[in-house]
Design a protein. Structure first.
Length: 110
């Protein structure tokens, strides 16, 4: 790669990572148990319902802010993936192959 492409790639990576969420310093509240991996999976599974409810109720959110970090995030994404995998299996019906017409022995007509 040329030097210009490396600079462009580095600039694109910087722009994408600048949008990443930072650490949540407000999550460390005494006496409150932080959401972990299993709650992340659950929240990922129910996100369509909670998203719809959150449109009409300000007290409902789809993502638990007080979480333990990467394990909650991993569980949340895994729950979303699991939900979509389960929903997608119902859509995929086995495809039937079309029967091919027999080829003529004489070849193409000119």
């Amino acid at each position: 790669m040329s030097g210009g492409r490396w600079c462009l790639l580095a600039a694109a990576a910087l722009l994408l990572t600048a949008c990443a969420a930072g650490p949540n310093v407000a999550s460390a509240v005494d006496g409150v148990q932080l959401a972990g991996f299993w709650q992340g999976i659950w929240h990922g599974l129910i996100y369509p319902v909670t998203f719809f409810i959150s449109l009409f109720n300000d007290n409902v959110t789809i993502y638990e802010v007080r979480n333990n970090g990467n394990w909650y995030d991993f569980g949340f994404v895994a729950g979303i993936g699991l939900l979509h995998a389960v929903v997608d299996t119902g859509r995929r019906a086995p495809r039937r192959r079309r029967a091919r017409a027999p080829k003529s022995a004489s070849g193409p007509v000119t």
